[in-house]
Design a protein around this ligand. Structure first.
Ligand code: GDP
Length: 490
C-alpha cells in the first residue's frame, strides 16, 4: 500500500438524484488513498471513469480498481448479483486491469437471486412501477427487512443456500401464482435468468439448477469473500480510505423523495453503516453537485426540469437516436426550454451509464442542495461546470412556491402560495413545488482546459460564489471535464 502521511478518510456523496460525476471525483481522491470502499447499492448504479482517454463503466466494483496498488472493498450494505460481478471482473481483465488480490467483498452483503428479477418484473408490470433498472435491487433489499434475505457468504455453503432459498421462495410462489405459469416462464427466459434454466413447472423455480449455478459463482468469487467490517475497522488510522457513494442523496430510502427512491441510503449514515464503521470515521465529507444543470433518471417530481412534463414524457419513451433525429443540433440558448434541455443532455452526454436512458435535465436547485447539506454537511464539489459554457443566461432555483392542495406538514400547513426554502423531499409535496429563479449571465468561454481557480472567467467565479451563498457551504472543488486533470481544488 502507498504511504499516505495524513491517513485521513474522505467520503463522496451525491447531493442530487445521482449521476453527479462521483466516479471521477473518487478516482481523483484515490490518487493518495489506500482503500476505496463502496458501501451501498448494486448493479443499478454505474460510474463512468475516463483514464488516459479510455472509458470504464463500473457497476459493482469500486472505482479505485483503475488505480494500481489500491484495495477495493464492497461493503455490507451492497446488494450483489454474483453473475453481474463475474461479468464485470471478466471485462476488467480484458481491459488489462489486474484486480486479483485487490478486491474484498463483504460476506454479509445482500445477495441478489433469480427470484428478485422475477418479482421486480412482476412489480414493474403493474401500476406501482417506479422506473426501476430491473436489476433485482428492490426485492433483494425488501427480503433483507422481511428477514428472508440471503447473504454473500451463502454462496460458499450449498446446503445452507438451498435451505434459505426454499424459505425465501415460499411467499414468492403465492405472488407469482397470480401471474400464472406462462407469464413466469416467459420472464424467466431472460438471459439474466440463464434463458429459462432456472424455471420449473413445479413451483416456478428449479432449486437444484439455481443452487448449482450460484455455488459455481461462489467458487469463482471465494477469494473475494471476507469479513470486510472487521478488515475496515482494523485499517482505521493505518490506511486512508475513500467511501464511495452510489446514486444521490435525494434518492435515499430514508431521506429522499419517497416513494420514487432507491432501496438503500446513499447519504453519509447509510454509507458508513454499509462500511461497518461509525459515522465519525468518514473523515472529510464531499457533497458532489452538478451545476449549472442537474439531472434525474426515471419517474418522480423534478421541479426545475427544463421543459417540465414534456421533457419527462419524452425521456421516458425515447432513446438517444430518436432525439438526434428530432433535434440534429439543439440550441443551448433556445427559447424553448425543452430544446435547451436536449442541448444540455447532448453536451453533457447525459444518457444513463447502466440503462442508456436519456436523463431528464434541469436547472440547479438550491432548495434541494440545502436539504442534502442539512443532513450530510461537508463541503461542496461542483461538477460538469464546463457543459453549459456557451449558455448566455443561467438560471438558479432559489426557493419553491407550493401550489398544491392544502396539506398538514407536522405543525405547519402548506397551502397555495406557501414559500419553501429547503426542499421537503417527499413526493406529496415536491410534486407541487413551483421553482423560483434568479438569472445570472453565463461566462461564454470554454473552461474545460482551465485547471486553476485564477484562470476561471469572472462570471464563473461569481456563479460559484452564488451557489456557496445559497447552499450555505463552501465549494472546495470544481470539475471542468471528464478527465482526472480537469479538476480545480481551492
Ligand atoms: P456518477 O454515477 O455520479 O459517477 O456519474 P456518472 O458516471 O453516471 O456520470 C458522470 C459522467 O460525466 C461520466 O461520463 C463522466 O465521465 C462525466 N463527467 C464527470 N465529471 C465531468 C465534468 O466535470 N465535466 C464533464 N463534461 N463531464 C464529466
Amino acid at each position: 500500500m502507498k504511504r499516505n502521511k495524513s491517513k485521513r478518510n474522505r467520503a463522496v456523496i451525491g447531493g442530487q438524484w445521482g449521476d453527479e460525476g462521483k466516479g471521477k471525483i473518487i478516482d481523483v481522491l484515490m490518487e493518495d488513498a489506500d482503500i476505496n470502499v463502496r458501501p451501498t447499492g448494486g448493479a443499478n448504479a454505474g460510474h463512468t471513469l475516463c483514464v488516459n482517454g479510455k472509458k470504464y463503466v463500473l457497476h459493482l466494483v469500486p472505482s479505485g480498481i483503475v488505480r494500481p496498488s489500491t484495495m477495493n472493498v464492497m461493503g455490507n450494505g451492497m446488494a450483489i448479483d454474483p453473475r453481474s460481478l463475474c461479468e464485470e471482473l471478466r471485462v476488467l481483465s480484458e481491459a488489462g486491469i489486474d484486480w486479483k488480490g485487490r478486491i474484498k467483498m463483504a460476506l454479509n452483503a445482500n445477495l441478489v437471486m433469480p427470484e428478485h428479477f422475477v418479482i421486480e418484473a412482476a412489480r414493474e408490470s403493474g401500476k406501482g412501477a417506479v422506473g426501476s433498472t430491473m436489476r433485482g435491487m428492490s426485492p433483494c433489499y425488501t427480503d433483507r427487512t422481511a428477514r428472508i434475505g440471503l447473504i454473500v457468504n451463502d454462496l460458499l455453503n450449498p446446503k445452507l443456500l438451498a435451505e434459505k432459498l426454499e424459505r425465501n421462495l415460499e411467499e414468492k410462489r403465492f405472488i407469482l401464482e397470480h401471474f400464472g405459469k406462462r407469464w413466469v416462464k416467459r420472464v424467466m427466459k431472460h438471459e439474466r435468468l440463464q434463458h429459462g434454466r432456472f424455471y420449473s413447472n413445479d413451483g416456478f423455480f428449479n432449486l437444484k439448477e439455481i443452487v448449482a449455478a450460484y455455488t459455481g459463482y461462489g467458487r469463482m468469487l471465494e477469494r473475494l469473500i471476507t469479513d470486510t467490517d472487521t478488515y475496515l475497522r482494523e485499517q482505521l488510522g493505518k490506511a486512508s480510505m475513500v467511501f464511495e457513494g452510489a446514486q444521490g442523496f435525494v434518492l435515499s430510502l430514508d431521506y429522499g423523495s419517497y416513494p420514487d427512491v432507491t432501496s438503500s441510503d446513499p447519504g453519509i449514515e447509510g454509507l458508513m453503516k454499509g462500511a461497518g464503521l461509525p459515522v465519525n470515521a468518514a473523515g472529510k465529507v464531499y457533497l458532489v453537485l452538478k451545476a449549472p444543470a442537474i439531472t434525474r433518471v426515471g419517474k418522480g417530481s423534478f421541479p426545475t426540469e427544463m421543459g417540465g412534463n414534456r421533457s419527462a414524457e419524452w425521456c421516458e419513451s425515447h432513446k438517444q437516436a430518436d432525439e438526434e433525429l428530432r433535434w440534429p443540433s439543439p440550441n443551448i440558448n433556445s427559447r424553448d426550454e425543452m430544446e435547451q434541455g436536449v442541448a444540455v443532455r447532448r453536451l453533457g452526454g447525459e444518457y444513463g451509464a447502466t440503462t442508456g436512458r436519456p436523463r431528464r435535465c434541469g436547472w440547479f436547485d438550491a432548495p434541494l442542495a440545502r436539504r442534502a447539506f442539512e443532513v450530510n454537511k461537508g463541503t461542496l464539489i461542483l461538477t460538469k461546470l464546463d457543459v453549459m459554457s456557451s449558455c448566455k443566461t443561467l438560471r438558479i432555483c432559489t426557493g419553491y412556491i407550493y401550489e398544491g392542495p392544502r396539506i398538514r406538514w407536522g405543525e405547519t400547513e402548506l397551502r397555495k402560495g406557501t414559500s419553501i426554502s429547503t426542499a421537503i423531499t417527499r413526493e406529496e409535496v415536491l410534486a407541487y413545488c413551483n421553482p423560483q429563479y434568479i438569472e445570472m449571465p453565463g461566462w461564454r468561454d470554454d473552461i474545460s482546459k482551465t485547471w486553476t481557480w485564477r484562470g476561471l472567467p469572472r462570471r464563473c467565479k461569481q456563479y460559484v460564489a452564488r451557489i456557496e451563498e445559497l447552499v450555505g457551504s463552501e465549494v472546495s472543488g470544481l470539475s471542468v471535464g471528464p478527465d482526472r486533470e480537469a479538476m480545480i481544488w481551492r
